[in-house]
Each structure stands twice: as C-alpha cells, then as structure tokens.
Design a protein around this ligand. Structure first.
Ligand code: SAM
Length: 307
C-alpha cells in the first residue's frame, strides 16, 4: 500500500482555512486526499481530487467514499487545473497539493512496466490514452535522442553507452518488456558503488519522457498564482532534482518577478512579488519516516503562499 509522504507536514502547512476549497492534483491512492478530507469535510470545506491514471481514480474513489459528498474526483491532467476549476464554476482555491512522480501502486501493481524488477510490457504511461509508450521511444528513437533523454531526464552519466547498447540490441529483437530493458542497461552499467539498481536512472528518464512530466509541471506552475486566493498555498513534493529545480526556479520568479536590468537603480517594470515562501528551506522527511517508508527518502516539500 502506498504511504503518503510527509503527510503531517503537508496538512499542517497547506490547510490555512478548513472551510476552504482544496485541490489534490496528484490524488494517486488517496492518502493525502484522505488526510485533507478528514480535516476540511466536517468544517464545510471542499476537495477536488485529480489524477490522470484511471486506476488511481477508481482506487481513490473507494478510499474516499466516506467523504463523497464533499469531494470531486476527476480524471485529468493537473496542468489543466484552470480549465477544471472553470468547469466546476470555481475561480480560486485555498490550497493545492502536488505529490509528484508515481505511486507504489503504479510501480508494483499497474502491470505497465514502471519497475525494472518486473517482467511487464514496456509501457509506462500514467494515462493509458496517451499515444506514446516507453517501448515506442526505446525501439524508434535515434541513438542520439535516446542518449539525450537518458542524460537529461535520468542525469545518467553512462547515457551514451546505454543508448548505443539499446540500439545494438533492438536490431536483434524489439525491446518489449521492462526486464529486457533492465538487463540491457545492467549489462553496460556495472558500477558497484551505485546505491540503486543500475537501471534506476534510465527508467526514471523514460517515465518522465513518456508522461511529459516536466512539461506538465512547468505549464502548471505558470498558472499557479492566478488559481490561488490571497493567503492560499501551494505545496509541492518533488522526488528528484529536475522537479525540485523547476519548482525553485518558479518560487524565485514569484518572489522577485522584476525584469529590470541590474544596472537600473530602481524598478521601472512595476512587477511586484506574487507569492512568498512559507518555509525558508525545503522540508525533508525525518529519519523515522524514511525507515518506515524508504520511498520518502528523496522527497522534498516546498510550500509557498499567495500574497
Ligand atoms: C506519488 S503519486 C501520489 C500519491 C498520493 N499522494 C497518495 O497519497 O496516494 C503521484 C500520482 O500523480 C499522478 N500524476 C502524475 N502526473 C500527473 C499529472 N500531470 N496530472 C494528474 N495526475 C498526475 C500519477 O498518476 C500518480 O497517481
């Protein structure tokens, strides 16, 4: 069962008004949603739960059934939150949560090839109606493109070697399963000093590329200040530096949007800060949480408030 990461911290920092409207943009198995629902539903608040994975929506629906009168469950992409709120007749919300990445349910039980430890079709789509599967990328992209994706989204320093090996192997037989790919990657990444499985970074890279994870996050972050009411908050849990870097980039922009050249002594662009940090630094899970839930070890939570 997927355990919600940094649950107490999220609830403490996100919920400023229990009678407000909240959005869980990555509902997954509904762990954070349930925590939010327990606080806001009995105080007249409302929760909108979004996930792009239909299995996640089905799962969350059952888990959140005691709160169904106060919850909207929507299968969609959080990047379209402005359109979703518009459809619901809501202009602004009190709080938004994003818990990025994939759930344990997707990793362990989706049958969609997210795990290098299972022999499953190499799919990796969170939304099964998306057109491109991981096997399409692995079997069709040029060696250069594969290498770029593995380097950029996996921060894998053996990306070129891995891409070369993939291209060599796919000439013999199409790469159809997660285990087939994991074996190919492991045959060229034999670095025993690594803490993780040799295929960890390559799988991360393909998942990010298939699901356009960074594009979605960027598109969403562009919209955030317009979607929050004054004093409303956004909480984002990232699991790798690419996501966290993007979140930090936007926090900086929100806090200091001034575009005046540095040599001008005072601001003439007139752009004022729109958000402020709630905690100076990102919040990481405590040792006990990491022991209890090793998936949380790379998590970092940042919370920002609309001014
Ligand atoms: C880490 S899990 C969330 C787990 C959840 N907080 C819980 O307590 O169970 C991330 C979820 O976000 C969903 N997801 C990822 N990108 C998404 C997007 N752009 N729009 C909507 N859902 C997305 C995934 O399908 C997955 O279910």
């Amino acid at each position: 069962m997927h355990k919600p990461v940094l649950l107490k911290e999220v609830l403490d920092l996100l919920i400023t008004d229990p009678s407000g409207i909240y959005v869980d943009g990555t509902a997954g198995t509904g762990g954070h949603s349930e925590g939010i629902a327990k606080i806001v539903c009995e105080k007249g608040g409302r929760l909108i739960c979004i996930d792009r994975d239909p299995d996640a929506i089905e799962f969350a629906k059952k888990r959140l059934s005691p709160f169904s009168n106060y919850i909207d469950l929507i299968r969609s992409n959080y990047k379209d939150l402005d359109l979703i709120l518009n459809d619901l007749g809501i202009e602004k919300v009190t709080g938004i949560l994003l818990d990025l990445g994939m759930s344990s349910m997707q990793l362990e039980a989706s049958g969609r090839g997210f795990s290098f430890l299972r022999d499953e079709p190499l799919d990796m789509r969170m939304d099964p109606s998306d057109p491109i599967k991981a096997k399409d990328l692995v079997n069709r992209l040029s060696e250069y493109e594969l290498s770029r994706i593995i380097k950029e989204y996996g921060e894998e320093n053996k990306a070129r070697k891995i891409a070369r090996k993939i291209v060599e192997e796919r000439k013999k037989a199409l790469i159809e399963t997660s285990l087939q790919l994991a074996k190919i990657v492991s045959s060229v990444v034999q670095d025993h000093s690594r803490r993780h499985h040799p295929a960890t970074k390559t799988f991360q890279a393909l998942r990010i590329a298939v699901n356009k994870e960074l594009d979605n996050l960027r598109e969403f972050l562009e919209k955030v200040p317009d979607l929050l009411e004054k004093g409303g908050r956004i909480a984002i849990i990232s699991y790798h530096s690419l996501e966290d870097r993007l979140v930090k980039e936007y926090i900086k922009k929100w806090e200091n949007p001034c575009t005046c050249p540095p040599h001008i002594p005072y601001c003439i662009c007139g752009k004022m800060p729109v958000m402020r940090r709630v905690t100076k630094k990102g919040i990481k899970p405590k040792e006990e949480e990491i022991i209890d839930n090793p998936r949380s070890r790379s998590a970092i939570l940042r919370v920002v408030e609309k001014i």
